[in-house]
Design a protein around this ligand. Structure first.
Ligand code: ADP
Ligand code: MG
Ligand code: MG
Length: 935
């Protein structure tokens, strides 16, 4: 026998792994070797919790099996030995005709893969052990129920003979006997089912159902190993980015029975509400007299674990309290002692894992057994609330809390909800399974949902219930609506894990997949009709319900978490805001200044527009100056609003940036209009006007406008333009200052490529600033700086720094010019394909095509560290060397991207600047950058 240990008993797993590794295993190591489920069983057993005796075959054994197609040497012997230990612990014997041991065979990878690989229950049953089970429990019905479940599960999961065939038979018998629930089928009916199931098996496979428990076990273990490479499992790993070579562990565990009568039950529970993070009560469901999957399968309506949760649920369903208490009592009411014991266990598990747990339990004739625990999936809101609460409870540190929340979670919390004031027609109510508001067309099939979404439609996937095959369609949808299933149903779990709004168990609707429609009362919603679903309340509406912005001010947990983020982060966080309204919002979200205030929108103002056109078209200095004078008040007014909103925080105003032709009518349009007027109205003054305009537009026309007369080049060439902007800016600043508002105006000169461009513009504009301050009779603290967006500027940062108090990386243009990709055209033409990859004609070990990707990520979304980042590094180093107190930030899209923020931290920028809604995201990402780079 090989010395390699491939099978570990849960009761000694930790100890023995310690020996194998030569040190105390970490939670991560336990998971890697035993899988999540196996590690959980070992940890719970180790903590003295009631866990049915079990052993785990390691992921390593699976990996070896996948290579050779055979059990690795020694594995089977070790399995038999472990089985003996379990026999000793339970006093039962595998295959024994008088006191048989029955087991479950459960898969379990490192990372939970919900519903990907299945579990076989009641393994070890055959005619003889069934009879023994009947005698021992004095419950013949139960023994047949267990047996028929085993035959169908084994056939389905191990032998790939679909369970549906067996379900059909069950339905037939239920119909014959005139009963609705499985539990109401007669003893005779159960006996008949077992006989028919065996006959079906024999007919299908040409041999009898395997009666030898060891053979059953052998086949079941192989099936779990093989399921790792099943199509569903592979698709899930692809989506989640889980490596294909991790393998799964196999857990073999003594069966306990929740279906032994009314003092038995089975259920699932979260230690805190996975939707909201609430922890006053347990969030869970259970069924009396049921086994395994019954709770999630939606066959019977499950009951709630905690009384409070039960009342909340009943209220939402419109169930009166008397009915609830008698028909759907909570575990707290039905089995108060066990409930208390369960609460204690939950507390212990949270203490051990220091995080919210998702647990499975079974009660067999009044005894509680724990079957699984794992860190629970949760919504964004819940993730934030739990992290904050756990710090307050002293379970985790602030740093850990900050690292536990994904920056994208924060973004989700900033998302809109339905306008409570809006008129809406509620057509049904279900369970508020996953929060968020979604509007889209109803689609009744997951594949079609994906196709529609890919075609650019917003889709709500509507299903009777969902299964793993529906996951790609779910993820492509804006929201999910199901008719059946509870808060722990597949739809609910997947939706919460992916922050997808979901209303589940909406029994009022009737989904007809065949006809692609749903009916509710006498209303019919067909595929393609728009509906709105509210995952916060569980309501379903006809048509489109308008959305309103999230109320940041009421998200107390998020505000607390971000306060902690501010304690840790080194990077400053500013915002890109052009209007006072955006500036105010960004300040409320925590922005510490404006990193980029674009000034051109003010030129698009209808009233200002005429003056802008006249300025561009002016033939004399006088005409130009007159036009500029008219533009000035518009600019000044907006700047005052922005200064008021920022009250004392720095504001970077970027001078005019786009090419001038953008302010004029398009050339194509003019050509057409002129041609038409020449025919219809040849002598009109209108024609003359258009012809003049066309001449100007023709004169401005450039082959490469983005590399043309724009930015500081326009400032230099259009006399008086940036002087006017600077005047307006400093007048606004001085006037605000005189009203007692603290102002820090900063002027940013864009698109500098040569130091002389900056020198010339700066000297000219500084004179204007001085003059305005003198006229206004007040001095304000101010700065001049430049945007770094032309590669040459980055490469000559030392020279440029001499004329700048600050740099701000305009990474959109810098990326465009470093790669030589036009950011207006590249994505559609080739860039997305570069990122998606090209077929190589080769396939990987799973038969999937291997793609060659030119780019790993889109450089306009996440900063390209190797190339653009190198320029940034050079620029920071040489800029700061020339001027140590040079302030350096970033104001491109990348300023709100967590990975790019991490880079900004590492290169030592002073701040990032992003759109108002990304400000909270950036605060967290900046804190994470500090924590993770300090390690
Ligand atoms: P999944 O990963 O799909 O949750 P599990 O291995 O947890 O699969 O098994 C599914 C369900 O089967 C469990 O929730 C539990 O109710 C039941 N089950 C598994 N093992 C046992 C056992 N030893 N005794 C009783 N029920 C079991
Ligand atoms: Mg499963
Ligand atoms: Mg489970």
């Amino acid at each position: 026998m090989s010395k390699k240990k491939l099978v570990y008993l849960s009761r000694s797993a930790k100890e023995e792994l310690s020996e194998t590794l030569g040190h105390e295993p970490t939670l991560g190591e336990m998971k890697n070797i035993f899988g999540g489920k196996g590690a959980g069983l070992a940890a719970m057993t180790d903590a003295g919790l009631p866990v049915p005796p079990a052993f785990t075959i390691t992921t390593e054994a699976c990996i070896e099996y996948m290579k050779s197609g055979e059990f690795p040497e020694g594995m089977w012997d070790q399995t038999i030995e472990a089985l003996k230990d379990i026999e000793a612990q339970t006093g039962k014997k595998f295959g024994d005709p008088s006191n048989p041991l029955l087991v479950s065979v459960r898969s379990g990878a490192r990372q939970s893969m919900p519903g990907m690989m299945d579990t076989v229950l009641n393994l070890g049953l055959n005619d003889e052990t069934r009879a023994a089970l009947a005698d021992l429990t004095e419950n013949e019905w139960f023994s047949y129920d267990a047996y028929r479940r085993f035959i169908s599960m084994f056939s389905d999961i191990v032998m790939d003979y679909s369970r549906e065939h067996f379900e059909e038979k069950l339905e037939e018998i239920k119909k014959e006997e005139g009963v609705r629930a499985d539990t109401e089928v007669s003893l005779e009916g159960m006996k008949r089912l077992v006989e028919e199931y065996k006959a079906m098996y024999k007919e299908h496979f040409g041999e009898a159902f395997p009666t030898d428990p060891h053979k059953q076990l052998n086949l079941a273990i192989k099936a779990v190993f093989n399921s790792w490479n099943g199509a569903r499992a592979i698709a899930y790993r692809e989506h989640e980015g889980i490596p294909h070579d991790w393998g799964t562990a196999v857990n073999v565990q003594t069966m306990v029975f929740g279906n032994m009568g009314d003092d038995s039950a089975t259920g699932v529970a979260f230690s805190r509400d996975p939707a909201t993070g609430e922890h006053e009560y347990l969030y869970g469901e259970f069924l009396i007299n049921a086994q395994g999957e019954d709770v999630v399968a939606g066959i019977r309506t499950p009951q709630r674990v905690s009384l409070k949760g039960s009342r909340n649920w009943a209220e939402r369903q419109g169930i009166p309290e008397e009915v609830r208490a008698s028909k759907y009592p909570s575990l707290e009411e039905a089995m108060p002692e066990l409930y208390k014991q369960f609460l204690d266990i939950v507390d212990q598990l949270e203490e051990h894992y220091r995080d919210m747990q998702d647990m499975e339990f079974t009660i067999e004739r009044g005894k509680l057994w724990m079957l699984q625990t794992r860190t629970g999936k949760r919504t964004a809101a819940s993730a934030v609330r739990i992290a904050v609460d756990q710090v307050k409870e002293g379970r985790i540190s602030k740093q850990e809390a900050l690292m536990r929340v994904e920056p994208e979670h924060v973004e989700l919390l900033m998302r809109p909800s339905f306008d409570p004031e809006a008129e809406k027609k509620v057509i049904a109510r279900g369970l508020n399974a996953s929060p968020g508001a979604a509007v889209g067309i109803a689609v009744f099939d997951a594949e079609r949902a994906k196709a529609q979404a890919d075609a650019g439609k917003e889709v709500i996937l509507v299903r009777p219930e969902t299964a793993p095959d529906d996951v790609p369609g779910m993820l492509a949808s804006k929201g999910v609506l199901t008719q059946k299933g509870g808060a722990t149903s597949h739809a609910a779990v997947v939706a919460r894990g992916n922050n997808l709004p979901c209303v589940a168990g909406c029994e009022e609707i009737s989904v007809d997949v065949g006809r692609a429609q749903l009916t509710v009362g006498d209303m019919v919603i067909k595929e393609g009709d728009t509906i709105s679903i509210d995952g916060f309340t569980g309501e379903v509406y006809e048509g489109t319900v308008p959305l309103i912005e999230a109320e940041y001010g009421r998200q107390t947990a998020l505000i607390k978490l971000l306060e902690w983020a501010d304690e840790f982060r080194v990077l400053g966080v500013r915002t890109n805001a052009d209007y006072p309204k955006d500036a105010r919002r960004a300040v409320a979200f925590g922005a510490e200044g404006i990193g980029l205030c674009r000034t051109e929108h003010m030129f698009f103002d209808e009233k200002a527009r005429d003056a802008v056109v006249r300025m561009i078209m002016a033939e004399t200095d006088e005409a130009r100056r007159a036009a500029l004078d008219e533009m000035l008040p518009f600019q000044e007014q907006d700047f005052e609003g922005v200064f008021e909103a920022m009250d004392g925080k720095p504001v970077i105003m970027r001078l005019i940036d786009p090419p001038m032709h953008e302010f004029l009518p398009s050339r194509e349009e003019l050509i057409e209009e002129v041609a038409e007027l020449r025919c219809t109205n040849p002598d009109s003054p209108e024609l003359t006007e258009k012809e003049n305009m066309m001449e100007v537009v023709n004169g401005l026309w450039e082959t490469n406008p983005m590399m043309g007369l724009r930015g500081c080049r326009a400032g230099i060439m259009y006399e008086g333009l940036t002087e006017m902007q600077t005047r307006a800016y400093f007048q606004a600043a001085c006037r605000c200052a005189k009203r007692g508002i603290k102002v820090i105006p900063e002027v940013m000169i864009p698109l500098v490529g040569h130091v002389n461009e900056l020198k010339m513009e700066r000297e000219k504009l500084e004179a204007v600033a001085e003059q305005v301050m003198e006229e206004e009779g007040i001095e304000v603290e101010h700065m001049f700086g430049t945007m770094i967006e032309v590669p040459r500027a980055a490469l000559t940062a030392g020279e440029i720094a001499e004329y700048a108090e600050f740099f701000s990386f305009g990474t959109n243009d810098l990326t465009q010019m470093t790669f030589g990709y036009s950011r207006d055209d590249a994505e559609g033409k080739f860039l997305l394909k570069y990122v998606e990859g090209f077929d190589t004609g080769e396939v990987d070990e799973n038969g999937d095509p291997i793609k060659f990707k030119i780019l790993e990520t889109n450089p306009f979304q996440s900063l390209d560290e190797a190339g653009v980042g190198r320029l940034v590094r050079i620029c920071v180093a040489e800029g700061k060397a020339a001027k140590p107190d040079l302030e350096i930030g970033i104001c491109g899209e990348h300023g709100g991207d967590p990975a790019s923020i991490d880079f900004c931290h590492r290169v030592g920028l002073d701040y990032v600047s992003c759109s108002p809604f990304r400000v909270p995201v950036a605060r967290l990402a900046a804190a994470q950058a500090t924590i993770q780079n300090a390690k």
